[in-house]
Design a binder for this molecule. Structure first.
Ligand code: APR
Length: 176
């Protein structure tokens, strides 16, 4: 599903974020940037361990911040590591909002056309998918209205329930 926001586009798709052809994919990271399971594990497996090495060398960062690395063997040009949690691996609305906004800022600084996000905090973090959708889509919408780049923000959801939560939220945006 896709919604036009002025000259920008918001998309929600079901799939594997490591297969995306966006300029950057976002990693659901912790603030020390070591890459465990979930999205991080998939990025490390497919993109190469050098991504984790580069990420860790840029950390630790404050929770809610985001840093850029190369994307190894992935199709994307960059990985933007957005820290939705600290070493306790716990998250909340404010952390997810900050991590989303700071990842978008990195994309803007690099003048990227497109960036793909996972549902930050909804795996290891245990954060509810519907609340995550509300926070992340709301943050992206506000950002796209003001910023020059990115032109396209795509949310890539792995599970059916998470996908449905994001699709419903984007439908609300479309109807408003
Ligand atoms: N593509 C898209 N989404 C995925 C993929 C994938 N390949 N793999 C998992 N997901 C989904 C999960 O189902 C969940 O809905 O991404 C969402 C986020 O899950 P996590 O990756 O566990 O992220 P998070 O909850 O933010 O926890 C981050 O996990 O492994 C560690 O190093 C990572 O410490 C960090 C923490």
């Amino acid at each position: 599903m896709r919604v036009q926001v002025g000259e920008k586009v918001l998309e929600v798709v079901r799939g594997d974020i490591t297969e995306q052809e966006a300029d950057a994919i976002v990693n659901a990271a912790n603030n020390h940037l070591w890459m465990g399971g979930g999205v991080a594990g998939a990025i490390k497996r497919k993109g190469g361990e050098e991504i984790e090495k580069e990420a860790v060398s840029k950390g630790p960062i404050p929770v809610g911040e985001a840093v850029v690395t190369s994307a190894g063997r992935l199709r994307a040009k960059y990985v933007i590591h957005a820290a939705g949690m600290g070493q306790d691996l716990r998250t909340d609305e404010d952390k997810i909002r900050d991590a989303t906004e700071n990842a978008l800022k990195r994309a803007e600084e690099l003048k990227l056309e497109s960036v793909a996000f996972p549902a930050i905090g909804t795996g290891v973090g245990g954060f509810p998918a519907d609340m995550c959708a509300e926070v992340m889509i709301g943050t992206a919408l506000d950002f796209l209205k003001e910023a020059e780049n990115p032109k396209l923000v795509r949310f890539v959801l792995f599970g059916e329930e998470t996908y449905e939560a994001f699709r419903r939220k984007l439908e609300e945006v479309e109807g408003s």
